[in-house]
Design a protein around this ligand. Structure first.
Ligand code: 5GP
Ligand code: ZN
Length: 112
């Protein structure tokens, strides 16, 4: 998807502050952090939103979640929040599946 922002970031076409990369996953710092640590963890495969993930995406979605937890551990985060906004009404603005890893401050509940 050449017109997708996160496909272009994951491929290196658009620069970002890399946190983790392998052949299936890319993680990078959010450009407008909502917490002291705000990392976006994305599958390299283009999936527009979580609701579009099919049976064939089950493994990569699980891998991204497990990777987010590993990144949190590596960053020394004991308390953190992992968030997916699915659809505009939930706050999704970039339509390439991504998990927000937020930490470094106290979180409130429920989210807004
Ligand atoms: P969403 O609102 O779709 O759940 O999250 C999109 C996130 O992508 C936002 O937190 C926003 O700050 C971040 N973002 C948007 N454009 C860029 C960009 O060009 N680079 C980086 N690193 N983050 C971006
Ligand atoms: Zn994409």
């Amino acid at each position: 998807m050449s017109d997708c922002l996160f496909c272009r970031i994951a491929s290196g076409e658009i620069p970002s502050k890399k946190v983790y990369a392998d052949d299936r996953i890319y993680a990078f710092h959010d450009i407008a952090p909502k917490a002291p640590t705000h990392v976006l963890v994305v599958p390299r495969r283009h999936i527009a939103k979580l609701a579009d993930a099919g049976a064939e995406d089950r493994e990569i979605v699980g891998e991204v979640v497990a990777r987010a937890a590993a990144i949190a551990r590596d960053l020394g985060l004991e308390h953190y929040r992992l968030v997916v906004n699915n659809g505009e009404g939930a706050g999704q603005t970039v339509f390439h599946l991504h998990f927000h890893l937020l930490g470094g401050r106290t979180m409130t509940w429920p989210p807004g």
